[in-house]
Design a binder for this molecule. Sequence first.
Ligand code: SAM
Length: 279
Amino acid sequence: MSAQLFVVATPIGHLDDMTYRAISTLESVSLIAAEDTRQSAPLLKHYNITTPLTAVHDHNEEHKINAIIQKLQNGENVALISDAGTPLISDPGFRLVRAAQQAGIRVTPIPGACAAIAALSSVGLPSDRFLFVGFLPAKASQRQAQLEQLKDHSETLILYEAPHRIVDCLEDLQNIFGAQRRIGFAREITKTFETIVQKPVAELLTWVKADHNQQKGEMVLVIAGSDDEVDHEQQKVDQLLLRLLQDLSIKAASQLASDLTGLKKKALYQRALELQDKI
Ligand code: SAM
């Protein structure tokens, strides 16, 4: 059988998330192409994998591709891994996989951990249609422009974000998507301080700002799509306020609605004012 390029997922934190197939594949190939050989060394040591490593990252990928394709054409199997999770998902590897395909070499995925999918599977937002956005631009003006383009998407959005930008990003999300848009926040998945919550962006922002630990580590944001999820939540709140406004003042109705829903009293007061006008 001719040689294959295996695209092997590795854990995103918990070493036990390595699959049996990933271990046996990495043991059996002639060469492992790793994003950063120093990052992958502890994982390989943990599983006593002694296969030679070569670094293939964004800066040398083009240059390394020819040598790897040559190896594959000589009948030697090669595995591609990244620092964590699934290669090519906000990680290098696309050019190598494309080159292998173009050279007629079979590319075999060895699936496993991926932070985006782990987050989507656990935050409790619609998962039937989603758009993986990856990292937003670091520059504020570019990030805001991209969020403007995304705000009316009806499918769930998945973002990767760096800890030092999480507060700025949530502020932009609040300003552009509105305070009530629901966000799933999945931090340090599979690690000791794993945190999975889902709140309206305004509440999430207040909570993250108040607790500096929430601004550390690795994180994924899962954002509800623009349609029913938000409308549905808003409709429920509106129904509650309208009922309370039949018997109570705006102040008392918003206070009671806040007690019942956990939403901010100030926002509910504003909404009650708007609804009062319509009654
Ligand atoms: N290839 C990886 C995957 O399959 O998820 C993603 C690599 S990307 C360079 C790294 C980003 O993924 C982090 O900045 C974070 O947004 C997300 N991430 C990776 N591991 C994570 C974890 N354990 N918990 C939460 N987010 C994680």
